[in-house]
Write a protein that binds this ligand. Sequence first.
Ligand code: ACM
Ligand code: ZN
Length: 564
Amino acid sequence: MKNQLLALLLLCLLIFSCTNKYAEVINLESDYQIIPKPKSLEILKGKFLVDEKTEINCDETLKNEAGYLSEILGLAIGKEVPIYSKRNKGNIILKLDDKVSNNEGYELFVEYDKVVISGKSPTGIFYGIQTLKQLMPTVIEKKGVLEGELTIPAIHIEDSPRYNYRGMHLDVARHFFPVTYIKKYIDLIAMHKMNTFHWHLTEDQGWRIEIKKYPKLTEVGGWRNGTIIGHSPGTGNDQKKYGGYYTQEEVKEVVEYAASKHITVIPEIEMPGHSGAAIAAYPYLSCFPEEPTDKNYSMLSEKSKALQKAGTPKVVYETWGIIKDVYCAGKEETFTFLEDVLSEVMALFPSTYIHIGGDECPKENWKCCPKCQHRIKNLSLKDEHELQSYFIQRMERFINSKGKKIIGWDEILEGGLAPNATVMSWRGEKGGIEAAKQRHNVIMTPSHSCYFDHYQHEDKDNEPLAIGGLTTVKDVYAYNPSPSELTEVEQNYILGAQGNVWTEYIGTEDYLEYMVLPRMTALSEVIWTPQELRDWDDFKRRLPNLIARYKALNFNYAGYEGGF
Ligand code: ACM
Ligand code: ZN
């Protein structure tokens, strides 16, 4: 009797699996290495087959997302995957659904006969597709043709991010990266379900964005006559002209590309410090226009020394560090210049936020500049810190008047915070905690956990040159952006976190990737996944799937504890 029953059961199974061989395949946990880890994940039986009968059905407003998915799948199977918006067509369904509560959240069902991705917004659908990609073979990352069948393991996921702000920064001023590469960087951000690209565009060592009213910003400020060799203060100067900039048309192209990947681009125009390149272009912006650029004169290029001798005192900086020659806060011309620059910048970037820097502004020049001192006296300011606060608050009023908001580094707390400012906390979390207590929005980028220009392995001698510090992948992963010192209400002011990539020592694309991968992968989980679901060993088990994707996409990456 027992044997007869067993035989009957086996027969049933055989018939069922002949009807659809993808219904009964039992999947392994290893098929589900998703990063960032979803909020809830239920493994189902079976697989979905992508083949010549596969069709996508989507709402009209999801054409961009459907097109993206169709291209990936179509290339993998070597056949077009058509898109319909008619009812009852298609076995991959993308649909907007108000039942998904988070604006960036999604629900994904993969079953043997259909795939359904629902989201409250197209962004949620896009993230559902990112997850779907991680369930497929890595060849789809390369947009290549798969040998054999393309199947997706069955699953049910409900997912949404922990924080609204999930960013990656890139300093393109110390070293320049062309538009083609910026797009690749944006792809990487999208793959990690991050939603913000913080584009650090101006510095002492280069001005990188075309401003039509002030052409010298890029003609002069976009180029330096050499760069120090080795770690600051350097062992010499390479004597090579270095630079580049983005035209306004290119900026628009980047912003549009990022938007198609659901990424907001926030430009940073530094003030009042880190303004050496603008001062080289327009020396009247300095407190002392006749005073030569002097940071480590002995390391200056021969070309710049000759220029200075011939009567051009200001040159674009060729060494790294904090520079005392900053925008004069006493002259009205400085504010006119910055308002003009920001007007052009704001017209290019739809982002609500404009980052205006505010960090590392020495007060030496302001202390001995008659115009700065006059402003302090006239406005009854206490000191130069209050003058910096005046500077930032005045720029905030201008930016707010155009319907935008400012972000500044945590130094903007000194001398009094601008009323509507968001603080980016980089010198640890102290500034962020203070700002949240003052009921200001905060983005956490503490250097100990979020600075990807730091070394990442203890054995620094066998690492390429980095700025210093030590931030391992594990350190990044261990970070919790919501400090326990804050009350629940105060924690609501923590918008999220960001990885920062300062490029003094990062001159190539290969090295940039080595510095960000897999640290940004760890950060993506910090800012997406609920804190209680995060586990380092579990993350390490899932990381190989992402590493395989870096390889498929030709991204360089660093080794990490337990694997390469
Ligand atoms: C910074 O790293 N100076 C914001
Ligand atoms: Zn001054």
